[in-house]
Design a protein around this ligand. Sequence first.
Ligand code: 4AD
Ligand code: MG
Length: 474
Amino acid sequence: APIKSKLRDVPTYLDKRVVVQAWVKSRRDQGKDMMFLVLRDGTGYLQCVLTGKLCHTYDALTLTLESTVTVYGTVNQLPEGKTAAGNVELVVDYWEVIGKAPSGEDAYSSLFNTESNPDVLRRLRHLVLRGDTASSVLKVRSRTMKAFRDHFDSLQWYEVNPPCLVQTQVEGGATLFSLNYYGQEAYLTQSSQLYLETCLASLGSVYTITESFRAEKSHTRRHLSEYSHCEAEIPFITFNEMLDIIENMIKDVVGRLWNEPETRRMLIELNLRKNDEANDETKAAQIVGRNFADIKALIDQPFLRMKYVDAIKWLNEHGVKREEDGQDFEYGDDIPEKPERYMTDCINKPILLTHFPRSIKAFYMQPADPTSIEDYEKYKCDPPTESVDLLVPGVGEIVGGSMRLWNKDALLEAFKREGLNAEAYYWYLDQSRYGAMPHGGFGLGIERFLAWITNRYTVRDVCLYPRFTECCQP
Ligand code: 4AD
Ligand code: MG
């Protein structure tokens, strides 16, 4: 009996008879008596050669791309000078169509191409997924999720699964998606951070990879309405220890991906490739090919640690102005996406940007130790916090984190300042009553991390089905 094989394993069956089931990716006819098919099944590719009668049947004459087939044949080493996946070719002795894909106007190959309008590509995302680039990105994504879990597992931290339906906000009211929860107001979670904090006394350090939701009104290349959020929370640490934890995580995860030959191969190819099937505004952008080894080299250096005040200074020294009034940046200004990326691209290193003023950050951040801040008096009405953003070239912010307020009165004051109803946070406040401790954590946007390592222009290109303003389909 033939050996039933996935395409990735076919090269291991040299000279044996196998049967495979897959999609027809391409077809090339050589005269009437020879036909080459390249099959795809998600695990790999296989070139098949059909000769003589096998090419003369009705099914052979009408075989369309993306049809599914069952193919029987013998695995042959490729002759000198020819190339194909796995260096083998299947010499077919029998084959059948399982499901025939449309022809003519509806043929897969007529639906879209690299020049298609982004809206068309978005609407046809379920079919675009079958392309080489999109499938490589999704495979790298799968390996990345595993790499993050393996990283935390190596630290022996527990994974938890907080709910997405919540009644408290974490990152400000402006981006809340609200919904009717059996007649009560509820929201889609913006961050699982507060729930992670409640796990510290039970499990020690914890992490989660859960969807977060943000009603972002702006169209940018790095904002989604729904994204995969990798968050961790650690008890009894100092701010500097937290910075080390973030830096080590990025290094270890990139290292893990680099050490997998197949993942590294895909990353190298994706980084080189300028165009991609789902390239969105990419066409307008000058995303250029890049050597993934350069990213690996960047990662192996210590990350730059820089304070917010020094970033403001950097922007002013480099003539970068505020967009709204063309003036210099001042202490207390939010650093928007463009200047942030400009600075990161110029410095061309991962930057741990720290000590943001309280007024531009979320309510839960611990103020910095005054003795650690030069000219503290100047800033004390809007104190620097123990906060950090990790910025990387090409994307900007991929991680946001901080040490947390852990004193009950300080928390109550923060709720008041932000106009939050403390009663809804009774469970959160209990953390500051039943065994409080200094603690901190962070959140990493998986899509931003992926856009960075795969050299995609927009986070939309690393999602299975991206969710952003005006797009909730497919
Ligand atoms: O900086 P953010 O808003 O921080 C938090 O949510 C904290 N509660 C995390 C924590 O400390 N546990 O979001 C964290 C990261 C950002 O750095 C970014 O990578 C990503 O989440 N992110 C988004 N990614 C895609 N689309 C959006 N709209 C995003 N908003 C944030
Ligand atoms: Mg942030």
